[in-house]
Design a protein around this ligand. Structure first.
Ligand SMILES: C[S@@+](CC[C@H](N)C(=O)[O-])C[C@H]1O[C@@H](n2cnc3c(N)ncnc32)[C@H](O)[C@@H]1O
Length: 236
């Protein structure tokens, strides 16, 4: 866990031994479940800490994260980036969404066992949950990593965000074409790309940068379209 402590220092994240234990126990829990259910291909603990934990924590230093109170992680898989972020910010509320119930049940069980109290895992497709009044335009911030291309992802994520809120999308290094292809989707759904930020860490090699999208307008009620359509026919 020394790597994680180093990253906390670089990212200015406060922590104590009880939080470190929670990170360690969650990793152990995921790796144990991973023997039965496919949750991650990364099984070496050092790699796990860098690629799942530190990579997930990249958004913590930014104002858009710091000011958010209600955060949704769309397509969380084994809980990334949602769980590491929730442990770093216990005063914020996190909803973690995934369409695979097995993954959601595992996250739920681990949160209960470990005492991660600010996370609510929810099973469902983004296209359906975003149409539910309880979730539609109710979040200050949406985060998402490795779920879909930006045009599809915008249709999954923007409907959850309040006007004036933010979407921080974790993306690989080459996004120029992908962002171009998403211009129309973003315009229709009420989002504007404001900037991108690369990892500010000197000691770690991380894959992702963050694309900052502001929710500048309401999402028209016909979006998201029915489950499956945003990925089959991205808005172009
Ligand atoms: C490649 S995994 C990434 C998991 C995690 N975000 C990470 O970075 O490790 C993509 C996840 O998105 C979920 N997913 C894909 N489409 C979805 C949708 N329309 N609604 C909800 N979850 C979805 C999948 O079930 C899967 O768990």
């Amino acid at each position: 866990m020394k790597q994680l402590e180093k990253a906390f220092d670089e990212l200015n994240i406060k922590y104590d031994t009880s939080v470190l234990m929670k990170y360690e126990n969650y990793m152990k829990g995921i790796l144990k479940w991973n023997e039965m259910v496919n949750l991650t291909t990364i099984t070496d603990p050092e790699q796990f800490i860098t690629k799942h934990y530190i990579d997930s924590l990249l958004s913590v230093p930014y104002r858009e994260f710091q000011e958010a109170e209600r955060i949704v992680d769309v397509g969380t898989g084994g809980g990334f980036p949602g769980i590491p972020l929730a442990l770093a910010a216990p005063d914020k509320d996190f909803i973690l969404i995934d369409s695979l119930n097995k993954r959601i049940k595992i996250i739920e069980e681990l949160c209960q066992e470990i005492g991660i109290l600010n996370v609510r895992p929810i099973h469902g497709r983004a296209e359906e949950l975003a149409r539910n009044k309880k979730h539609r335009q109710k979040y200050d911030l949406c985060v998402s990593r490795a779920v879909a291309n930006m045009a599809t992802l915008s249709e999954y994520c923007l409907p959850f965000i309040k006007k004036g809120g933010w979407f921080m999308a974790y993306k690989g290094p080459d996004t120029e074409q992908e962002l171009k292809d998403a211009e129309k989707a973003l315009r229709i759904l009420g989002g504007k790309i404001r900037r991108e930020e690369r990892a500010q860490l000197t000691n770690f090699e991380l894959e992702h940068k963050i694309i900052f999208i502001e929710k500048t307008g309401d999402t028209p009620s016909k979006y998201p379209r029915k489950a499956g359509t945003p990925s089959k026919e991205p808005l172009k």
